[in-house]
Design a protein around this ligand. Structure first.
Ligand code: AMP
Ligand code: MG
Length: 505
């Protein structure tokens, strides 16, 4: 059949291609790493949020997916072209205790090849039971899935490596937690879902071939340069440690508290992964904990670097047989790598802190200067984000950084500001250039807990998406200091009740 111009007609189904280009490299790993399982269909899939810019960046045809047919795909009712669903197996240390886990409610559809040449996992979270569900129902509630969407997309806009959120679809079915809640499925997009716990799983099986296959796969997928090194598996570990050090430094520099840094939630691609009881600090406090299940403060804000290092030690233990055939030598190598995390983290943290303070060159006193500001914030319970944001805001008449009308007035702050401005004066940069650079590193807006909570309550209890949409629009431009931040930029009033988050499983 040809049209009047003689061009062959495109077969009908090609008119409906949605841009899926799914591959399945993970499925080629040994069988112990996965189980083939399809999503369990839900009653009434409806989009709550569809992330059009992300869909487009993935090479998907957004208009054809932002439809009931698309909602059926993102609910798990219909498989997209080329999908081969599976659940991943992994283990993990949860609050310090080893457990066998696996995707209990997440199903990988495949790896999408993007127009810019990346390979990213597309995973449905809350898509039904899997062989790893243990006693769980395989489902997710709408509130926590919207929370992951809001915070992960905010992290992305902040420039911090993270998994992304492509869609949240409500299922029309309740999930039963302390009470009945509306159910939902989140579509998560990540560089991969390889975690420290994936290696712990391989090691626990005492299967050298499987361990090596996983290590080679991780090398190829995330750290190909390490494969060229004389000791590729040591180089792999170092590359992972380096990305973690950079990632955790970025968390610290915006006040992000992951909340459940179990080894199964630590990505080998160096992305922020698994948004559960996470939150941002308001007033600066290293002991800040938000998760209701972390009474001991294992995952407190100030603990995150040390916990990342602890998690990396679990990774090194799993990798030991690949480091060196001689166990004593392997342990020696592992210890040196684990110890290097502190230097790596400190480097990234100080580099980031210098940028937040507008310091463009290095002076030996810079770390102490930054620490002194943090000590002042801690003593006065000053708001972390607001403090840095104000330092980035020059006064109306003079261009001097930190001369905003509403900076604090106490003597300790003024003494610190004097030191800082003297430090700035020792570098040959115009104040306007310094404030402009600082504004790119100090967000004007973060996902404030009280606003996230209010937006989730409106969406889940009243079906009102207005507050969520306004919040997400504000969070999409966190470094735009000129924008009117009437509602989203405001820190909560001091003295409110401590914020608590729940795991939301
Ligand atoms: P998370 O705290 O989200 O990292 O989950 C820890 C483990 O519990 C993972 O193996 C999850 O797959 C599993 N899990 C969490 N919620 C559920 C659920 N509702 N049903 C089955 N498994 C779950
Ligand atoms: Mg997890």
């Amino acid at each position: 059949m040809a049209d009047p111009d003689g061009v062959p007609a495109v077969p009908c189904h090609h008119l409906h291609v949605s841009g899926w280009r799914l591959e399945h490299s993970y499925a080629d790993l040994p069988a112990l790493f996965h189980a083939r399982v399809a999503p369990t269909p839900v009653r009434d899939p409806q989009f709550v949020v569809f992330n059009t810019p992300l869909a487009t960046a993935l090479g998907l045809d957004a208009p054809s997916l932002d439809t009931p047919a698309g909602a059926a795909i993102f609910a798990g009712n219909v498989l997209p072209d080329g999908a081969r669903p599976l659940a991943q197996a992994y283990a993990g240390h949860q609050f310090g205790h080893f457990t066998a886990l696996g995707d209990g409610r997440a199903i990988l559809l495949g790896e999408q090849l993007t127009p810019d040449g990346r390979r990213v996992d597309v995973q449905l979270k809350g898509a039904g039971a899997t062989p790893y569900s243990r006693r769980g129902d395989g489902r997710a509630a709408l509130g926590p899935m919207l929370r992951e969407l809001v915070i992960s997309e905010a992290m992305h806009a902040l420039g911090i490596p993270t998994s992304r959120s492509l869609a949240v679809v409500s299922t029309g079915e309740p999930v039963y937690r302390e009470r009945a809640l509306p159910g939902a499925v989140l579509t998560r997009v990540a560089a991969s879902h390889l975690r420290v716990g994936t290696f712990e799983w391989a090691a626990a099986h005492r299967d050298p071939a499987a361990l090596q296959a996983l290590a080679d796969y991780t090398l190829q997928r995330h750290h190909p340069a390490a494969a060229e090194c004389p000791t590729p598996y040591v180089a792999l570990f170092e590359a992972i440690a380096e990305r973690q050090a950079s990632l955790i430094a970025q968390w610290q520099l915006v006040g992000f508290v992951h909340g459940v840094m179990n080894t199964d939630n630590m990505s080998l691609a160096g992305e922020t992964l698994d948004y559960g009881p996470c939150a941002f600090i308001d007033s600066y406090d290293p002991a800040a904990v938000f998760s209701s299940i972390d009474a001991a403060g294992r995952y407190a804000y100030g603990q995150q670097p040390a916990i990342a290092q602890w998690n990396l030690a679990r990774l090194a233990e799993a990798l030991l047989p690949l480091f060196d055939a001689d166990q004593a030598r392997a342990i020696e190598l592992a210890n040196a790598c684990i110890a290097s995390f502190e230097t790596r983290f400190q480097h990234h943290w100080l580099t980031g802190m210098r940028a937040k303070l507008g310091l463009v060159n290095d002076e030996p006193g810079d770390a102490a200067l930054a620490e002194a500001l943090l000590t002042w914030m801690h003593d006065t319970r000053a708001d972390f984000t607001t403090t840095f944001s104000r330092l980035s805001t020059p006064g109306a008449s003079e261009g001097t950084p930190g001369s905003a009308a509403d900076v604090p007035t106490d003597a300790a702050f003024h003494a610190w500001r004097g030191q800082w401005q003297a430090r700035l004066a020792r570098q040959p940069h115009a104040p306007e250039a310094v404030t402009a650079a600082m504004q790119q590193r100090n967000p004007a807006v973060i996902p404030r807990n009280h606003l996230v909570e209010a937006a989730l309550v409106a969406a889940t209890d009243a079906g009102d998406l207005g507050p969520l949409e306004r919040l997400m629009a504000a969070l999409a431009a966190p470094y735009d200091h000129a924008r009117d931040r009437a509602e989203s930029g405001v820190a909560p009033a001091p003295g409110g009740r401590p914020y608590r988050t729940f795991c939301g499983t």
